[in-house]
Design a protein around this ligand. Structure first.
Ligand SMILES: C[C@](O)(C(=O)O)[C@H](CC(=O)O)C(=O)O
Ligand SMILES: [Mg+2]
Length: 301
């Protein structure tokens, strides 16, 4: 009922354990707080909170227009719905290294288990689009050092994302990954890897956990967990999958209502009222009310 009773500290510890397990951990992207509960119920390891989803949900393109306040608020709303650890996309950290430091503390306050900070220039863009640019090594490492120094919970995961592969190639990505780890990154997100060999190259370059971004319509094939396991990936995200599916269903439903004059044909595809109530734990609220308001005190009429 209400929100998760697992504390942010416990979730961060859990994330560390998951990443140390040696098996690929799946983190689907929640597109709203309730979908985080669905992700947990279906047995996934954790929840990813995508910057693209957050921006698109507001009707904005994913080009760094969302603010720290918007991201921390929404990420906090999602994280508190689940007992699982949540990893949030903090884009380029929302400014200069000092802003990055503040970003980390706000995300800690919002109950996140960790975040990733990338080395793109602003305005940033989806890592799977062409025409990206990255900042120099000095700026990139300063962002990560500021992030690592700012956290108050040593288990809050600072993941460094590098977008350099698409600009300078896989060798540059290996070099940058090493430098980011030296600067204090706990994990590496190598963006827009072309194939499994490239994930292997990053695996060979660093000792920390690495993430695979299995976003649809991007530069990578959609590898299975078994494939990713063979190249030593620790965590896989499906960042925009649920939003794409939900919006696809919404579009088809609207067209069908328009054409048929009723939603009748779509009802079988819907989450039922009963299932929706189950997800929001409606029954527990009924019980809570009974306990609080239906008490009797002897002698009081
Ligand atoms: C992972 C990502 O950063 C996101 O915001 O979810 C995006 C996903 C996407 O646009 O498909 C990315 O840059 O890969
Ligand atoms: Mg993003």
């Amino acid at each position: 009922m209400l929100y998760s009773k697992v504390t942010p500290e416990q979730k961060r510890l859990k994330l560390r354990e998951l990443l140390a397990s040696g098996t690929v951990q799946q983190f689907p992207g929640a597109f709203n707080p309730l979908s985080a509960r669905l992700i947990e119920e279906k047995g996934f390891a954790g929840v990813y909170i995508s910057g693209a989803v957050l921006a698109n949900d507001l009707g904005l393109p994913d080009i760094g227009l969302t603010t720290l306040t918007e991201v921390a608020t929404r990420a906090g709303q999602i994280a508190r719905m689940t007992d699982l650890p949540s990893l949030v996309d903090a884009d380029t950290g929302f400014g200069e290294p000092m802003n990055v430091a503040r970003t980390i503390q706000e995300l800690e306050n919002a109950g996140l288990a960790g975040c990733h900070i990338e080395d793109q220039f602003n305005p940033k863009r989806c890592g799977h689009l062409d025409g990206k640019n990255v900042v120099d090594i000095d700026t990139a490492t300063k962002r990560i050092r500021a992030a690592a120094d700012a956290r108050r919970d040593p288990n809050f995961l600072i993941m460094a994302r590098t977008d350099i592969r698409a600009v300078e190639g896989i060798q540059a990505a290996q070099d940058r990954a090493r430098a980011l780890v030296d600067a204090g990154a706990d994990a590496i997100f190598p963006e827009a890897m072309r194939d499994l060999h490239e994930f292997q190259a990053i695996r060979d370059a660093v000792d920390v956990p690495i993430l695979a971004n299995m976003t649809e319509f991007g530069k990578s094939d959609l590898f299975t967990v078994d494939q990713l396991q063979t190249v030593g990936v620790n965590m896989v995200i499906y960042p925009v999958t649920l939003l794409r599916i939900a919006m696809g269903a919404a579009e088809r439903t609207l067209e069908s209502i328009k054409a048929a004059g009723t939603q009748e044909a779509q009802v079988e595809n819907m989450l039922t009222r009963a299932r929706l109530y189950e997800l929001v734990d409606y029954e527990a609220y009924n019980q809570f009310d009974t306990g609080v308001f239906n008490f009797k005190v002897p002698g009081i009429r």
